[in-house]
Design a protein around this ligand. Sequence first.
Ligand code: FES
Ligand code: FES
Length: 173
Amino acid sequence: MISFTLNGKTVQTDDSPDTPLLWVVRDTFGLKGSKFGCGAALCGACTMHIDGSAMRTCVMPVSAVAGKAITTIEGLGTPEKLHKLQAVWAEQGVPQCGYCQSGQIMSAAALLENNPSPTEADVDQAMAGNICRCGCYPRIKKAILTVAAESSAPSAPEELAANSTAKIGEVVL
Ligand code: FES
Ligand code: FES
């Protein structure tokens, strides 16, 4: 029996230890958001977070994640409270067929978790392993940079606080 955390809940499986995590998550636990593309760690469609890192799960035996925390696209946000990437993805109409998109979002989420203000080059590097046969790359990059910009922009109360601490006559831009 192999035990791990799946989207915040402790789960156990008696699947064969060499079963790829992707199939355990999809078939044993019924979470179908993570996709099978290449089966060879080349396309990123199967990307999940394992202890916070974006990993390919089509070639990862479930035995390798014993005791670890797995997050899938189903655990990133909820329909009632979307993750900010999911919200911007929808607002900007990023997907075409959609098949690669959960993997894209999981890689993007891991990037922003580690680097909330990525450069375009950072985004290119972090997302290079996620293939999109529909060629949505410009929209994917724009959406990631939008979320990064929105996250780094000071909120109104923060702006007020900054202004309130300025010396009289000092211009705060
Ligand atoms: S299906 Fe896992 S990387 Fe392609
Ligand atoms: S949206 Fe179709 S493969 Fe990426």
